[in-house]
Write a protein that binds this ligand. Structure first.
Ligand code: NOJ
Length: 558
């Protein structure tokens, strides 16, 4: 059994995702800046945060808000300068908030000089840096793969008279990891940032970097006659060889951590990805977020699910990292809707839901990742027209829904429910215009409830979601069993309560969260000999939970 003193720094902290375009604007331009992040390091410390994952802020045409990188060695002007970034890294290191950069290594922007060169001819020095294929004899695309953002995954290039593959948008051509010079160029990028003193890397879309030896059509799964590129290419055998090379070239010997984004890896495969013989320290796998969304991730065909489905997925991930590797717990990120909508039935009151789910998150075994704004407890954006959405994927899903025969109202409802923009609205700092995010009109509208749901107001309110997050963060960081102890699920069959025990060497805690909107009961023997450490509704009656009430009990000594 682990003790807190056995853990590395990134295992005993809380991580926080910053979506820089929406965090804080110090330039009066309606989009966020690096200097804005630096000015909020004390706020992050107040939440117990020791690592901030910043989504890509490199020079980019911003087709996918930075996930289309033009220059890995430059900061996009809209965010500031390299000096701003150096200052953030250094000040963060001094204050104990280490910066985690996002490495987008499956693709670049089509404006990246590497691609501009590669597309120019079939025999230039970078000709093999991307995935080029000839057309089928009838001139059509090499395969019927559908990109993750919708439409064919192939785009015609007239200079080369060939198609290139793009797993995501057509402005995001996939690089070719089979080419050793390309791999070297990527590893150089990572070393450049590691040498600056960052605390780690989040590695984007990593399951797609290895392509199958033979490219073949797959059975169509929609009216468009296409087959998901994910099914055709994700997690192709041999992928781990590339990543072991990355680890040896970049990570070994450095005091950093890596977290891979691995859609398509299941909990029972984690042991080859993380831990002693793995390639990363942590892996975002999505078995639990697929519960409400459904495996196909087609928004117009959501899944039906129950609480036990969600709990099973989370407990499977816990089991697979119990003795090897480490789990990055999360319910939200910039690709998910707000969790208070995603994991609860329509009509559930948002504030108690956010506190109950936040309890589950912050008490999990592993390193919790909080998405900016999640700690304030609000819901989805609730826009009334498809034109209000900005996200490239949302637009693709809207079109796909229409092509499947959905009415515009149904297609819009799917976007309101699942759009990535829901998590990307500006951070709510105070009740002033634009929530204190900017003095100019923000690039996305501020969430409508911001006058009450903001950092300033919630700091003053001991019953707010933010105050609850701060309380639980402090509790987590002060108790051995919450940092390092084992995880054992309790009441696994309950469709109302998510409960688990954290067992440390000398202390223990029991977490009970009623995730339903009805009163629930539990066996008081589960918490016998323990005291109430935190209660979302204040004092609590033993054996009973009010709707959406969450409690943490613990032994006297930790
Ligand atoms: C995953 C990122 O999280 C998402 O935002 C992005 O659109 C895709 N990868 C493509 O880079």
């Amino acid at each position: 059994m682990l003790k807190a003193s056995d853990l590395k720094w990134w295992q005993k902290t809380i991580a926080y995702e910053v979506y820089p375009k929406s965090f804080l604007d110090t330039k009066g331009q309606g989009t966020g800046t690096i200097a804005g992040i630096a000015s909020k390091l004390d706020y992050l410390r107040s939440l117990g945060v020791g690592a901030i994952w910043i989504t890509p802020c490199y020079k980019s045409p911003m087709v996918d808000n930075g996930y289309d990188i033009e220059d890995y060695y430059a900061i996009d002007e809209s965010f500031g300068t390299m000096e701003d970034m150096d200052a953030l890294i250094n000040e963060g290191n001094e204050k104990g908030v280490r910066v985690v950069m996002d490495l987008v290594f499956n693709h670049t922007s089509d404006q990246c000089p590497w691609f501009v060169e590669s597309r120019a001819s079939r025999d230039n020095p970078k000709a093999d840096w991307y995935i080029w294929r000839d057309a089928k004899p009838d001139g059509s695309a090499p395969t019927n793969w559908r990109s993750i953002f919708g439409g064919s995954a192939w785009e015609w290039c007239k200079e080369r008279q060939q198609y290139y593959l793009h797993t995501f948008a057509k402005q995001q051509p996939d690089v070719n990891w089979e080419c050793p010079e390309l791999r070297r160029a990527l590893f150089d990028v990572a070393n450049f940032w590691a040498d600056k003193g960052v605390g780690g890397f989040r590695i984007d879309a990593i399951t797609y970097i290895k392509k199958p030896a033979v490219f073949e059509d797959g059975p169509a799964d929609g009216e468009d006659g296409l087959y998901p590129v994910h099914a055709a290419t994700a997690n192709t055998p041999g992928i781990l060889d590339f990543l072991h090379e990355f680890k040896a070239a970049v990570c070994d010997g450095r005091d950093i951590f890596t977290v891979g984004e691995a859609n398509g890896v299941s909990a029972d495969e984690l042991d080859v990805w993380v831990g002693e013989n793995g390639v990363f320290d942590l892996l975002f796998e999505f078995s639990h977020t697929h519960v409400p969304m459904g495996d196909a991730e087609l928004w117009c065909r959501p899944a039906t699910w129950t609480l036990t489905d969600l709990k099973r997925a989370l407990s499977a991930s816990q089991a697979s990292t119990a003795t090897n590797g480490w789990y990055p717990a999360f319910f939200e990120n910039h690709d998910q809707p707000r969790s208070t909508v995603n994991f609860f039935p329509a009509g559930t009151p948002v504030k108690p839901a956010s506190k109950a789910l936040g309890t589950v998150l912050l008490m999990q075994r592993g390193t919790p990742f909080v998405m900016q704004g999640e700690e304030l407890g609000y819901g989805n954006a609730e826009w009334s027209s498809p034109d209000e959405f900005d996200d490239v994927q949302t637009k693709g899903q809207y079109e796909f829904a229409l092509s499947e025969g959905d009415t515009p109202e149904q297609a819009l409802a799917a976007c309101r429910r699942f759009s990535r923009d829901n998590a990307r609205t500006p951070m709510q700092w105070d009740a002033s215009a634009y929530a204190g995010f900017s003095t100019a009109k923000p690039w996305l509208p501020v969430h409508e409830g911001y006058a009450e749901e903001n950092v300033e107001a919630e700091t003053a309110d001991p019953a707010s979601t933010l105050s609850w997050y701060r309380k639980l963060a402090a509790l987590r960081l002060s108790r051995d069993e919450l940092l390092a102890g084992d995880y054992a699920e309790l009441m696994a069959e309950s469709e109302q309560v998510y409960a688990y025990r954290r067992q440390g060497e000398k202390s223990a805690a029991v977490v009970l969260a009623n995730l339903s909107n009805e009163a629930a009961t539990y066996d008081a023997a589960l918490v016998e000999g323990m005291e109430l450490l935190a209660g979302s509704h204040g004092e609590t009656e033993l054996g009973a939970l009010r709707p959406l009430e969450a409690v943490v009990f613990g032994t006297g000594e930790a």
